[in-house]
Write a protein that binds this ligand. Structure first.
Ligand SMILES: NC(=O)c1ccc[n+]([C@@H]2O[C@H](COP(=O)([O-])OP(=O)(O)OC[C@H]3O[C@@H](n4cnc5c(N)ncnc54)[C@H](O)[C@@H]3O)[C@@H](O)[C@H]2O)c1
Length: 293
């Protein structure tokens, strides 16, 4: 487990999923955490759970740049400084294809997933450089690497997050500030239900179902948990990662290593797929041909 003793961390999207796991993991590692979200009831419950000496909740809609800047000031006034900022809040954004796209959906998605990372980083840097350095972590996605994991606008915003993190890292290294991106794979959280328009309550239940049922999609044999991403974030936030900046970390249980047959012997390869037959049927056909000889 990473050591975050004495560090003050700001985590956005902290009321649910990956961000919530971040709060739990960072507190366990010894950090004081400013938890930011728009789900106020869940956010305040974090203060009650951990105590306000360890976790303070601040309402912050990351799409509102005044609120985002006030969040950083709130962290300094509550806990005296900022060592870590994890720009993590997000949702699925517009589901539109390139043909269906409208300007409103595009702007909303880019503002939520990309613009807030630009400005969350800018506001963090302004404060971190005063205090001698820090670590910034931005949540990207495997949809930045491959088509098919998320809608087009979300995916393009997330490759923007990853590339922004590299260039920003180069620009702020002189202040001893590190910037890295994490690319989570298929993580069982409420984002999927919420993106389908379900109530948060139902989306939370769906997250639990995904945790039970999504295991066969990746070589690791189980769906990712928020904790899997939070552990990587805690490491990147820690002094043990002092030499790591401008990098992208895929945490996906191997889901992007290659097509299913590359890691699952029971899955047919591309030839069988093209023929539309299962490995079992291929074996039966081969046996029948042998018998005819
Ligand atoms: N779950 C996955 O499979 C997955 C994969 C790749 C990337 N991600 C990314 O991980 C991050 C966290 O998502 P999650 O899966 O934990 O989903 P989640 O829905 O469980 O949590 C997202 C949190 O962000 C908050 N949020 C949404 N809009 C906000 C806003 N405008 N201001 C402040 N907070 C806001 C929500 O209230 C929620 O608490 C997102 O950036 C998401 O794109 C998730």
């Amino acid at each position: 487990m990473a050591d975050l003793s004495g560090k003050v961390a700001v985590i956005t999207g902290a009321a649910s999923g990956i961000g919530l796991a971040g709060v739990e993991t960072f507190v366990e590692a010894g950090a004081k955490v400013i938890a930011a979200d728009i789900q106020d009831e869940k956010g305040r419950a974090l203060e009650a759970r951990f105590g306000t000496d360890k976790v303070r909740y601040i309402h912050c809609d990351v799409m509102d740049l005044a609120e985002l800047e006030a969040l950083m000031d709130g962290a300094v006034s509550h806990f005296g400084k900022i060592d870590v900022v994890w720009n993590n809040a997000g949702s699925g954004g517009t589901p539109a294809t390139v043909e269906e796209l409208d300007e409103e959906g595009y702007d909303m998605t880019m503002d939520l997933l990309l613009k807030q990372v630009f400005f969350g980083t800018k506001y963090a840097v302004e404060r971190m450089k005063e205090s001698g350095g820090g670590a910034i972590i931005n949540t990207s996605s495997i949809s930045a690497l491959e088509a098919g994991w998320a809608p087009i606008t979300y995916s393009v915003a997330k490759i923007g997050v990853a590339h922004f993190s590299r260039i920003a890292a180069a620009q702020v290294a002189k202040y001893k500030i590190r910037v890295n991106a994490i690319l989570p794979g298929f993580i069982a959280t409420s984002i999927f239900g919420a993106s389908l328009g379900m109530s948060r309550e139902v989306a939370d239940q769906m997250a639990e179902m995904l945790a039970q049922q999504g295991g066969s999609m990746q070589p690791a044999g189980r769906t990712g948990q928020g904790k899997d991403i939070a552990e990587m974030a805690a490491f990147l936030a820690s002094d043990a990662a002092e030499f790591i900046t401008g990098s992208q970390f895929t945490v996906d249980g191997g889901i992007t290593v290659g097509p299913r047959h590359s890691w699952d012997e029971t899955a047919g390869g591309p030839v069988l797929e093209a023929l539309g037959i299962t490995p079992e049927q291929a074996e039966q056909m081969a046996a029948a041909m042998q018998a005819q000889k």
